[in-house]
Ligand binder design. Structure first.
Ligand code: MN
Length: 148
């Protein structure tokens, strides 16, 4: 007599509860090198990556996919990342998703501008593996703490 066990031949496993160790991260970034680096860093840490190369696509994916975190490039073709963040933070469906800005801007006042737009944090470019990973982990940790 054998204990019932889930079939391993096809079919979906039950949905797994969110854990900070395994998050779905939406990356909105038009620069291919930065996208490659961000994807590598996130996937190495065990996260799933959803990609968009412009703000309009990113907004649509944020609503449909409900990511746990969004990495938002500020300089995007068409709508910029600050405006896109403002839209996300004004929509009840997406306003609780933390947004980390990816910014090449390093002038005084930019952090205030980024925070004012609704971003929860930022990582300065050129992106470093260490900075990106630490900021993502800190943001997901905060999110987990909020649900307890
Ligand atoms: Mn860009």
């Amino acid at each position: 007599m054998r204990a019932a066990s889930p079939s391993r031949s096809g079919g979906q496993w039950p949905a797994v509860r969110f854990s900070p160790d395994m998050a779905k991260v939406l990356v909105i970034e038009d620069n291919p090198a930065n996208m490659t680096l961000a994807t590598f860093v996130l996937e190495s840490a065990g996260h799933t990556v959803v990609k968009a190369t412009d703000a309009e696509t990113g907004l649509s994916l944020a609503g449909h996919d409900q990511p746990d975190l969004i990495l938002m490039d500020i300089q995007l073709p068409g709508m910029d990342g600050l405006r896109a963040t403002g839209i996300l933070k004004g929509d009840p469906k997406t306003r609780d998703i933390p947004v980390i800005a990816l910014t090449a801007l390093a002038m005084k006042g930019d952090e205030e501008r980024i925070r004012a737009a609704g971003c929860d944090g930022y990582v300065a470019k050129p992106l470093s593996y260490k900075d990106l990973l630490a900021t993502v982990a800190a943001e997901l940790g905060k999110q987990e703490a909020n649900t307890m």
